[in-house]
Ligand binder design. Structure first.
Ligand code: PAF
Length: 288
């Protein structure tokens, strides 16, 4: 049975009760508009030993800039609950308005360094919003394991750093990206795309795939890898924020010669929709 709660105290009480009965708690934080990728996070939590899986649904205003899509972000609670029931989620926490940030809320969690490049350049303040809300959710639920999708690769590394630096006794797991049959990474924002934009959106994964093939064939020149990855993104998208190579652990610049594992990440716009995708060359399977 999937229980729905909307008060932070109820999330805490339910997870306390689960622990008291000897069950390991797993946490899957989401912003809702759930798709197969989110269900895979629940499966990964169970594989990592969670016996009581709590999934949170909260469109966190702190992580949206005024120009972002906070107002139009899809909110589909009834369908989300159906998916959670089908996936065997034990508890859904969907806080009502105002429940997460009391009037006068003035405490933020900031992770330096790993949040600086890539998304950090284009979405100032975004990661502080993410780390603040996830720290609150971890404090409420007290999970043994928390699972995040690797599509938001930098978010996953940032949250792992936060948990390590603050000595939170939690295993942070990055679950593999789930893709459509043609390679498009699943994202709640894909619903914004028109049919024509949906076709052009494949430029990101096409670029990652081409660079993956080149890397496998021995290409180690960063400029050539970036040119290979960028060409389909430039052809398909209206505007590119970045297509970049970075260290997969600290997200900073890479030393030359390139190491055996290299993060290739991209973010680009189609109309009003911003999509991201990535692959770790030398580690991940061929994307799509
Ligand atoms: O990845 C997301 O959906 C969000 O950034 C998260 C981790 C739930 C925090 O609001």
């Amino acid at each position: 049975m999937t229980v729905l709660v909307d008060e932070p105290a109820a999330l805490r009480a339910a997870c306390d009760a689960a622990r008291a009965s000897g069950r390991r708690v797993g946490l899957v934080p989401t912003m809702g508009a759930l798709h197969t990728g989110h269900v895979s996070l629940v499966d990964v939590a169970r594989q990592r030993g969670a016996e009581h899986v709590a999934l949170t649904i909260f469109v966190n205003p702190l992580q949206f800039a005024p120009t972002d899509d906070l107002d139009r972000y899809p909110r589909t609670l009834d369908a989300d609950l159906e998916r959670c029931r089908a996936a065997g989620v034990d508890l859904v926490f969907a806080p009502k308005d105002g429940a997460m940030y009391a009037p006068g809320f003035s405490t933020h969690v900031t992770v330096a360094d790993v949040t600086g490049p890539l998304e950090g350049v284009h979405r100032p303040g975004h990661f502080q919003g993410v780390t603040t809300v996830v720290a609150k959710l971890l404090n409420l639920a007290g999970p043994c394991v928390a699972v995040f999708g690797r599509k938001d690769y930098q978010q996953w590394r940032t949250l792992a750093r936060m948990v390590r630096d603050l000595d939170m006794p939690i295993e942070v797991v990055g679950a593999p990206i789930v893709r459509e049959a043609d390679g498009l990474a699943l994202s709640s924002r894909n619903v914004y795309l028109s049919a024509e934009e949906r076709a052009r959106a494949l430029g990101l994964v096409t670029g990652l795939r081409a660079a993956w093939d080149a890397f496998e064939a021995g290409e180690r020149d960063p400029g050539r890898l970036l040119a290979i990855a960028s060409a389909p993104v430039e052809a398909g998208f209206d505007r590119i924020d970045y297509v970049a190579l970075a260290d997969p652990d600290h997200l900073g610049p890479l030393d030359l010669p390139l190491p055996s594992r290299v993060l290739l990440a991209g973010a680009a716009h189609l109309g009003k929709t911003r999509l991201i995708d990535n692959v770790v060359l030398g580690e991940d399977p061929r994307p799509g």
